[in-house]
Design a protein around this ligand. Structure first.
Ligand code: BTN
Length: 261
C-alpha cells in the first residue's frame, strides 16, 4: 500500500500553486496528494490556462526528490503520464463493449481515440531546508457533459466517451498509488523500465509530427523514440536526428485519427 498524505479541498486557485506554497513554507514534506473540487486559476503547460470542466479530477502530488539520481528527475513527468494512462486504461476493463485506444501523446497528454482527456503539469519546488520536490498536477475531464470551446486541441471527457459517470476520487487515488510506485522505481534506478513502459504506451512514436518551436518556426519530422531523459527523438527528412525537449517545442501530429464511436 502506497504511503502518502491525502487531502480533498473544495476550492483553490490551483492545486499545483497550493502544494508549492505549502512546500515553500515547510521544513520538509512527505509525499502528499491534494484533490480539489474546483480551481479558480488552473494552469496548463507552456503558460496556458487550464479551463475547468464540470466533474473534473483536479489533483497534484508532491514528490520528495531525495534519493532520486538528479539525472533521472526529468523522468518524473513521464511517470505521471504512465500512471494517468494506466488508471484511465483500467477503466476500460469495465467497459466490455468499448474498444477505444488510450495512450500518451508526448510529453504527457492522455488521449482516447484521438481526443485529449488529461493533461499534466510538472513543476519544481524547494522547502525551507533546501529539500527539492516535484509537484505533479494532473487534470482529467471526467464527468463533463460538454467541453469548452477554444481549446488548443480536440478534447473530450470520460463521460462523453463512455456514456457514464466515474468516481473521480478513486481514479485520483489509483493514479497516486501508481505514481508513488513508479517514483520508488526511479529511486531504485529502474529508469530503463520506466522509459520502456512509457514508450510502449506512447502513441506519438512512429508518427509524422510537426515540431513548433517557441519562436513560432515549424518543421516536419518523424517521431522515432524516447531517449534516456525523456526527450523525443525525431528524424528529419535528410536523415538527421534531433532530441526535442518539451520546454522548447510543442508538437502536432500530421496524421490525426479520431474515432467517432
Ligand atoms: C496541460 O495539459 O497543459 C496541463 C494541464 C494540467 C492541469 C492540472 S489541473 C490540476 C493541476 N493544477 C493546475 O493548476 N494545473 C494542474
Amino acid at each position: 500500500m502506497a504511503d502518502y498524505a491525502f487531502e480533498r479541498i473544495n476550492t483553490v486557485d490551483s492545486t499545483n500553486t497550493e502544494l508549492k506554497r505549502r512546500i515553500n513554507a515547510s521544513f520538509g514534506m512527505k509525499t502528499s496528494v491534494l484533490i480539489a473540487d474546483e480551481q479558480t486559476a488552473g494552469r496548463g503547460r507552456r503558460g496556458r490556462v487550464w479551463l475547468n470542466t464540470d466533474g473534473a479530477l483536479l489533483m497534484s502530488i508532491c514528490i520528495p526528490l531525495k534519493g532520486i539520481n538528479p539525472d533521472l528527475i526529468p523522468l518524473i513527468s513521464l511517470t505521471a503520464a504512465i500512471a494517468a494512462n494506466e488508471a484511465i486504461t483500467d477503466l476500460r476493463a469495465d467497459e466490455h463493449k468499448m474498444t477505444r485506444n488510450t495512450g500518451i501523446k508526448w510529453p504527457n497528454d492522455i488521449l482516447i481515440s484521438g481526443f485529449k482527456v488529461a493533461g499534466i503539469l510538472s513543476e519544481a519546488a524547494n522547502d525551507l531546508s533546501g529539500g527539492s520536490y516535484a509537484v505533479v498536477g494532473i487534470g482529467i475531464n471526467v464527468n463533463a457533459a460538454d467541453i469548452p470551446y477554444g481549446l488548443n486541441q480536440p478534447a473530450s471527457s470520460l463521460r462523453l466517451l463512455y456514456n457514464r459517470d466515474f468516481d473521480r476520487i478513486s481514479l485520483g487515488l489509483r493514479i497516486a498509488d501508481c505514481l508513488t510506485e513508479l517514483a520508488d522505481m526511479l529511486k531504485a534506478g529502474c529508469d530503463k523500465t520506466i522509459i520502456k513502459l512509457y514508450s510502449d504506451n506512447c502513441i506519438t512514436l512512429g508518427r509524422a509530427v510537426e515540431v513548433i518551436r517557441n519562436d513560432g518556426s515549424r518543421y516536419e519530422a518523424e517521431a522515432v523514440e524516447i531517449d534516456s531523459i525523456g526527450r523525443l527523438i525525431v528524424s528529419h527528412e535528410d536523415g538527421n536526428i534531433e532530441a526535442i525537449d518539451s520546454a522548447d517545442v510543442s508538437i502536432r501530429w500530421l496524421t490525426e485519427e479520431r474515432q467517432e464511436n
